[in-house]
Every structure is written in C-alpha cells, then in structure tokens.
Design a protein around this ligand. Structure first.
Ligand code: GLA
Length: 393
C-alpha cells in the first residue's frame, strides 16, 4: 500500500509541480462465491482485499480534468464540459479516450450527470497495488478511489452505494464493459474480516463475518497471469445468453428462477442456453447456502460449495481456462478445503480456502503443476478481507 501511496504522490508532483489536496484509495476484491449472478439480479458474496488503488488529486483553477497513471505513458486532458461529448461510448466500440483514462474520466462524467456538480477542474494521478486483469477488480478500485476523491472535492456528498452506482455507470457506459455492480459494491462497502452478502436487485447488503484467521484458515489467491478484458467477447455473450434464458422463461431476470424450475426450463430452450441458465440458478442457491453455512458452522464448512461453483463455471458456464482448472485441481490435491475461479473468467485468478499452515506447501504444489503443464509461473499470495475506501492523506 505504501508503494501505491508514494507512487501516486510522486506522479502527481511530476504532473503538476505541486502537492495534491489529498490522497484517496479504494480496494480490489475477491469474490468468495456468486459468479455471473450480479447482472441477473441475483446474490453475490465478495470481500475487499488489502491491495488498493490510490488517486492523488488536486483542484485546478480552470475547468479541465487531467489524469495520469503509472501504467500509462502520457496524461490525458479533457475540458469538464467536453465530457458529455466524449461519453457515453457507443456499445461495442472503443472509448474516444485511451481505455485506462475512460475509468476516471467516466467517473467524473457520471458523477456530474447524477448530481449536477459544478466543481472546478482537477488533476488526478493514479497508482495501484491491485494486479491489473487478474480478476481482482483493479477497475472498480480505480473507480472507487476517483469517485471518493471527487465526491469530497466537489462536495457531492453521496454515500458508498451511490458511489458504487457511479462507478458502474462509468464502467458500462464510458469504458463500454457490460458488467454488473458486484465489484463496485465490494470495493465501496468492504470491511475487515467480513464478506458482503449483496442482493443485486435491491442492493441490500448484509455483513457476513468470515472468521478466516480465527478458524486457522487462509485464502490463497492464485493469479494465473492470463489477463482478460470484459468489454469484449465472452462476457458479453454470456450475459446475452442469460437475458435470452430469462425472456424464454417469461421472467424479468434469472433471479426469478429457482432450482425447482430447471426441468421446465430445459424444455423451452437450446442446450447451451439451458446450461448458462442452470449455472446462474444453481449459483444463486449456492450463495444462499454459503451464507447459511458460514453463519451456522463457520468458514471450514464451505469448501464443497466452492468446489461445486467452480465445476458449474467450468462445465455449464464454460468460462474457466486450463490454467484456472490446474490451479483449482492442484490446490485441492494438496489439501485445500475448497477452491474456485473468481471474477469474470477467461483468465484471471482462482482462490483456495486452506489451512493457514499449509499455505507454503499448497503454493509449491500449484507452482509445480503449472510448470508441469508448461504454463507461465502463477503469482500466489494470501488475502484477508479488508476495509473499503478511505482518505489516506
Ligand atoms: C466481473 C464483473 C462483475 C461480475 C463478475 C462475474 O468481475 O465486473 O460485475 O459480473 O465479473 O461474477
């Protein structure tokens, strides 16, 4: 975290020659269970992670917004009143600004649109400890840090849920990725040692204490280093299949379909659409079951639900990869209680729930399995559920 704080401050000084008005940060997330359920109005159970993105921000004397990032060569500068001409991005096309800049600029655009904010221009310098493209919501962390900063500097006074909606609008309409709201809510509402049980239809959020360390457990992230982009391809296709399935069943969203309805569903749709639907419907049930098991028996008892989630994502939703399957299989073979891919799929990371004193052994086993399959070495690190956005300076 100090790394990103120092890097954002240094980049800000390099960009402007003066000190920022403040530093704001927001975390990435891991989703414990509930994958591709959010845009189906369903249930998710993510938590925020200690890795954060920092925005160093200072008000300007004019009406320009300038963004710089440690992962881009050149800053991007736009007039605040030009944002309405730059966004929204036409679905299926690229934004009119470099994609990385569409996240913070999209947040400024969406915040102004939602609140009528008339605050002055800003300089924004962004640095991050969240690995990019790893399925750990580096994008929601950028949105959360930027939204928190502008909310304060422009005095728009929105709460965490409203800022999550701003971030999602930036992602959907400025970046052009048709994602749900899970990542932004996980980043904005994160709390230590707690998962967020979110109803994505109502945005009702409940805290679910995880007690991972107290149970002698750890959650290991296995970043396969196969990166993904949700603005293109498979994510959009999966979403379209879910919408088709819901319309064939005559319901607003797959949230309204239960496991008991599946035999009827199978009769009214093609096999591929049915399997997409079956994943979402059973995954919603697994989230409800996981919350119940966590509350009644604790984290040690949720392993089988994680394993079933991965199988469903691999076989019915078909968004796993050979690397993710290898990560899950090797973690389980070395004694993990449960393991699954996390995030949107087509690359990114898996998680394993494991005895705290078996982390080193499991890490070695996963690394060896990757080498044996000829895959690039994965990046492994344990995570603990962490707090949401904050002002760091
Ligand atoms: C990505 C999206 C989320 C969600 C997950 C899959 O992370 O940003 O909205 O759909 O994929 O669960």
């Amino acid at each position: 975290m100090t790394g990103a704080l120092d890097a954002a401050s240094a980049l800000f000084r390099e960009l402007t020659g003066y000190e920022p008005d403040g530093l704001w940060s927001a975390p990435g997330r891991v989703n414990l269970i509930g994958e591709h359920t959010d845009y189906n109005d369903g249930f998710v159970l993510p938590f925020a992670i200690p890795q954060r993105t920092v925005a160093a921000v200072g008000l300007r004397d004019d009406d320009r917004i300038r963004v710089a990032s440690t992962f881009a060569d050149e800053p991007v500068s736009v007039g605040l009143d030009e944002l309405d001409r730059v966004f929204p991005t036409t679905p299926g096309t690229h934004p009119a600004v470099p994609e990385w800049a569409a996240y913070p600029l999209g947040v400024a655009w969406a915040l102004r649109a939602a609140t009528g904010a008339t605050g002055r221009g800003v300089d924004i310098a962004i640095a991050s400890d969240v690995p990019v493209g790893a399925g750990l919501s580096s994008s929601a962390a950028i949105e959360g840090a930027t939204a928190s900063a502008l909310n304060e500097l422009w005095r728009t006074d929105l709460d965490g849920t409203a800022l999550a909606r701003i971030g999602r609008r930036a992602e959907n309409e400025a970046v052009g990725a048709p994602t749900g709201i899970m990542d932004q809510m996980a980043s904005m509402r994160g709390e230590r040692d707690t998962a967020i049980f979110l109803d994505c239809r109502t945005l009702h959020a409940e805290r679910v204490p995880l007690g991972i360390a107290d149970a002698g457990l750890a959650i290991l992230v296995i970043d396969t280093r196969v990166t993904h982009a949700h603005s293109t391809g498979g994510y959009r296709e999966r979403r379209a299949s879910c919408e088709l399935g819901a319309s064939l069943l005559g319901v607003p969203a797959l949230r309204d379909v239960s496991v008991q309805d599946l035999s009827r569903a199978q009769q009214v749709m093609d096999d591929v659409t049915f399997r997409r639907v079956r994943h979402v419907v059973t995954e919603n049930q697994r989230v409800l079951d996981t919350v119940r098991v966590l509350r009644e028996q604790g984290a040690k008892a949720i392993g089988e639900l994680l394993i079933a989630s991965h199988a469903s994502l691999r076989d019915d939703f078909e968004i796993s990869t050979a690397e993710l399957d290898t990560a899950v299989d090797a973690a389980l073979a070395s004694g993990a209680l449960g393991a699954r891919m996390t995030g949107g799929g087509f690359g990114g990371a898996a998680i394993a729930l494991i005895d705290a004193d078996a982390v080193a052994e499991a890490s070695d086993a996963v690394t060896a399995a990757f080498a044996a399959s000829g895959f690039s070495a994965p990046h492994l690190f344990p995570v603990t559920p962490a707090a949401g956005p904050r002002r760091d300076a």
